[in-house]
Ligand binder design. Structure first.
Ligand code: PGA
Length: 233
């Protein structure tokens, strides 16, 4: 399975070095992708993880203060990049059209995008989660080749689940995964939102899940190890 670790806006330089020492001890058959804060990309030094970024510029290069381009990421050995995370959609007003540009820039540099999609609680309660997902997906994958669509990784992250300790039911996850597969039959689909070392026993029951995008848990190496062990057995 693919296990992407989204550190979000956490860890100072020294903390990141200690964190890497802890992660280094983890041995797993799963594919780990570490997505640290952008400032730590050049300090990445692990053999048991691939490197991912949490963001990329929608522009290829040039006068865009504070942005980081796909080719700059490539030069730091980044292999994966999260795009369209709900926190960026919310806090930075990132649109699906911008996400689409980011995805195209990433593919030009052979970096695999991890596209986050998910509905809010209000949208779920209104029963329009599939409409929301359809729009997020179709706009983000516009003009991609079949080969690119196949490589693209999707992370289904219901916004009401992120950092709340609440996870959807297995039926709700299955329902959404089947829906996503109608649009992108060959993409790998991760689940993200409060996944942890306890609820993994429940989440494991959903055989459609190809992996997980972990936020809070990514910052706790011991609990992460427990999560991975439970996933394996
Ligand atoms: P969480 O975050 O695991 O802390 O809920 C997941 C994410 O936002 O990617």
């Amino acid at each position: 399975m693919i296990i992407a670790l989204n550190n979000k806006c956490n860890l100072t330089k020294d903390e990141f070095l200690t964190y890497q020492q802890d992660l280094e001890k983890i041995s797993t058959t799963h594919k780990l992708i570490l997505c640290p804060s952008l400032v730590h990309l050049s300090n990445f030094n692990l053999n048991n993880c691939s490197l991912g970024s949490q963001n990329v510029s929608k522009n290829a290069s040039g006068a865009h203060t504070g942005e980081i381009s796909a080719n700059q990421l490539k030069s730091c050995s980044v292999e994966y990049c999260i795009v369209g995370h709900s926190e960026r959609r919310e806090e930075c007003k990132e649109t699906s059209e911008e996400t689409n540009l980011k995805i195209k820039n990433l593919f030009k540099e052979q970096i695999i995008p991890i596209l986050c999609v998910g509905e809010s609680l209000k949208e779920r309660e209104a029963g329009i989660e599939k409409e929301v997902l359809r729009e997020e997906l179709t706009l983000a994958i516009k003009d991609l080749s079949e080969e690119e669509k196949e490589k693209l990784i999707i992370a289904y992250e219901p916004i009401w689940s992120i950092g709340t300790g609440i996870i959807p039911t297995i039926e709700q996850i299955k329902d959404v995964f089947i829906f996503i597969k109608e649009i992108l039959p060959t993409s790998k689909i991760l689940y993200g939102g409060s996944a942890n070392e306890t609820n993994i026993m429940e989440l494991k029951k959903c055989e459609l899940i190809d992996g997980y995008l972990l936020g809070g848990l990514s910052l706790k190496p011991q609990k992460l190890e427990e999560f991975l062990e439970k996933l394996e057995n």
